[in-house]
Design a protein around this ligand. Sequence first.
Ligand code: FES
Length: 913
Amino acid sequence: MSASVVFDVNGARVEAPRSAMRLTDFLRDRLSLTATKVGCESGDCGACTVLLDGEPICACMVPVGRLGGRRVETLEGLHASGEVAALQASFLRAGAAQCGICTPGMLVSAAALLRNEPRPTETQVKDALGGVLCRCTGYRSILAAVMTVDPSDEEGEAPPPAGKAVGHRLARVDGPRKVDGSEAFGADEPPEAALEIRIVRSPYHRAAFELGDLGAFVASHPGVVAAYAAADVPGRNRFGVIPSFADQPVFAEGEVRFRGEAVAMIVGDADAMASLDPSDLPIAWTELPAALSIDDAGTDGAPLIHPGREGNVLIRGLVQRGDLGPAFDGAVVEVEGRFETVFVEHAYIEPEAGSALRVGDRVEVRVTTQSPHMDRVELEAILGLPDGAVRIEPTAVGGGFGSKLDLSVQPYLALAAWKLERPVRLTYTRPESMASTTKRHPARMHARIGATRDGRLVAMDFLGEFDTGAYASWGPTVANRVPVHAGGPYRYDAYRARTVAVHTNGPPAGAFRGFGVPQSTIAQECLFDELADAVGMDRLEFRYKNALVAGQPTVTGQVFEAGVGFRDCLDALRPHWARAREAAVEANAIRGPARRRGFGLAGMWYGCGNTALPNPSTIRVGLRDDGRIILFQGAVDMGQGANTVLAQICADAIGVEVACIDLVGADTDVTPDAGKSSASRQTFVSGNAAFLAGSRLRSRLLVLADASEAAHLELDGPRLITRDRGTTRSLDLRTLFTGDDGMVATSSATYDPPTVALDANGQGEPYAQFGFGAHLAEVQVDLELGLVHLLRVTAAHDVGRAVNPTLIEGQIAGGVAQGIGMALMEEFVPGRNENLHDYLIPTIGDVPEVVCILVESGDPVGPYGAKGIGEHALVPTAPAILNAIRDAVGSGVRRLPATPDRVLAAIAAGAAR
Ligand code: FES
C-alpha cells in the first residue's frame, strides 16, 4: 500500500501521508489554509468545518489517511471561486461576523445549505449551522444574513458621506478579512521553524510537588530542546493585572493552588512534541486538602492560600449612604433572599495562542490579547528586561470577554524565545484553556430591600461574597465595582452594599463581561419582582417609580445632570410589556396545566471605564503625502467593533469620508497606549481620544490649506481639496514637507475620564458616565420536565448616541446570548467539564428572537454623546429570565443556572408554601 494518499483540496490535487494526521493540521500547517480554525479538536465547536464531497464535516475529526480520492473545500476555495461573494456581503451587512473566528465555519456550512436551498427557512438555517458555535453574535445576525442573501449584491452598502459616519450602519472596516478567511488569529501564521511549547500542569486542586531532573528528561527525549520551571524565570516569577495584587507565578514554586496551574514547560520540535505526553515530566506530587468553596475557605483550619491574606480574604468593598436602621423602620414591606451563582467559562472559540521571536536584546510576541501594553510591562518584569525590551503585536482576537486581559501563553512564549533565541509557538488545547484561565466569579449574595406601602424604595442592604479562586486577577475590581452597582439604577433613602473576595483552590476568577455586576443584578432585580408583588404594583411601574433620574444622587452621591436614560428604556418597553402580558394570559388560558407562559423584566446600569481610577487612552492620526489618513489606534478590537467605531468618530472629527482612513492596529512599538479593551471603555474613552486627535488634525489641515473652520475637506489622491465660502482650492500634498513617516501633518490626543476617588464609605464619582438598560424575557416552562423554552428577549439600551447601530445591536444580541447561557445552562466545574462537549453554551437553536431598542439620551462627556455598551447587554438578561420563570411557575430559582432540576425544585417549593 502506498505511504501517501491523493485527494482534491479546492480544486488542486494534493498528496498527504497515509496517517492519522488531522485534516485541520494538514490544511493549516502543510497547505497554509488557515481559514479552517481550530477551537476544540473534538468536533464540538465546528470552527474547522469544511466540505467533504460537498457535505459539511469537522476537519479536526478526519484523518488525512482516509481521504484518498475525496474532494475537500475550504473557505479559501469558496471565496476564490466567488461562490460565497453574496453570502459574504450579506454577513458584512448584517454584522454577522464579530471576532470572526467562527465565521469560516459558518460560511462553509451556509454555503453547503445554499447550494440546495437558495431561500432557506429559519429552521433549515438552524439545522445547517447547528454544529458551529459562536460566542459573540448571539446567532440572530448570522441567521438573518443566511436567510437574506441577495445574489445581486456582492458589494454591500454605499459608505456614508463625509462628516456623516457617526450614526451610520457602516459595515465593519475589518470585516472583509473576517469573511474571506484571511484574518490571522493567535495560532495562525507562526514564524518559520517555530519550536512548540507544552505546559505541564497540576492534576490536583492543591498539592505539594518536587520536580525531578529536567536536564535528564530533555536529554532522553530526542527533539526536545529544553524544559523550564520556576528557577528559570530570570525576573519576577509573579504576574497579575493589578500590580499591587500580582500574586500568580509563571510556574508554581513547591505548591500548586488550583487544578491546571503551570509547574513547568517543555520546548521541542513539532514532531517530538506531537508524540510527547507532558505528564511524563518527572514530578513527585503530594495531594493536599483543598478549599473548593467559600464555605471551605472560611472554616477553621482551612488552608491559608496566600500568606498574609487572613481568612483567605483578598479584599472587601463597601458603599454606604444614609442610615439603614431608620430607613428600614420606615418600610412597610420588606423582602430578602439569598442567591448563588457559579463559575462561568468565557468559552471564546479561539483558545489562547501566539508565537514569539527574540530579536537582539528584545522579544517580540504575537499573541491574542485584550491588553497589549499591560502585557508588555508584565513580560518585561518576568524576564527582568528594561522598559521597551518587549514588543507585543496583538493578532486578531477570537473572542475575549475579559479573560484575555490576563496573561496566559505570553510568559511561556517570551521566556522560551528569550532563552533559546529561536522562534516558538504555543496554542492551548481546549481543556487546557478551560482549566487554566480565568472564570466569572461564583457569588453568594444576600439582600434585604424595603419599600413603603405605595411602593417607594427606602432601603437596601446587600452582602456579596465572591469566590475569586486561587489568585487575585480582577478580584479587587469586582469587589469595588459591585457595591456601586448592586442597588441598580434606583433611588434609596439608605443603602449599604458590602462585598468580600475570597480565595479558594478554584481557578482564578477574573473579568467576564460585567465584573460581578451581572451576579449582583440577579439578587436585586429578582427581589424587586417580589417587592412589587408585595406592594401590589405592576413590576414595570414599580421600577419606573423608583428609577434614578437626572439631578438625583446615586448611591455614591454622584449627580448626573444629563444622560440618565433609564426611564426612557422602561418607556420603550411598555408596549412590549403589555403585549407580553396579553400573550401570556392568552397562552395560559388555552394550554393544558403542563405548560405555563411567563414574562419578566430586569433593569441595569453600568459605569463605563475603571472604577474611580485613572483610565487614559491615547490615539494618534496623521495625513500622509499620498492623501491617506492613517489612524494609529491601539484599542484591541476583539469583535466588539473598536476599529470601526473609532474610524467613524475620527473621520467625522476631521470631516472626511471613512474610506479615506487606513487603520494601523495595536502594536506596542507603533501605536500609543489606548488602554485595555475592557470595562466597556473603548467607544467612550478611546472614542474621545479619537475625536480630539481627529479635531486637532483637522485644525492643522485647515492651516495648511489656509481655510476657515467651516471649510469642507476632501481628499482626492495626493490632493487636499478645500471648499470654503465659495472658493475651492487644491493643495498637492507631495509639495509639502514630510517627516520620516511620510506624514504632512499628525496629531495625538489623550483622554482620561473625569472621576473622583471613593472615600471610606464608597462616596465619590467613580464613573464619568453610566449606560442604562432593561430587558424583557418571555418564556414557556414545562411544569412536568422543568424545561424552560425562551420565546423572545426585548432589550432596550440607553447608548447615548448610536455611533454604529448595527455593531451595537450585535453587542446586545451577543450579550443576551451569554446571559441566556448564564441563566439556563452554564456551570463550570473544575476537573469535570473542561471541554465544549460537557460544558454547554447556547447554540443557534437556543437563542430566540432578540428585539433591540436603542435609546439615545445623549451623554455630556461621550464622543458625539456616545456611551459604552460591551458589558451592559449581558447584565439584565439572566434576572429577566429568572423573573419570567417565576412569573410562569409562581416560585423563583435562586441558584443558577436554572436547570430543569432546579426549576422543578422551585415549582415544588412554591406548591408547598
Ligand atoms: Fe462567532 Fe466570534 S463571531 S465566535
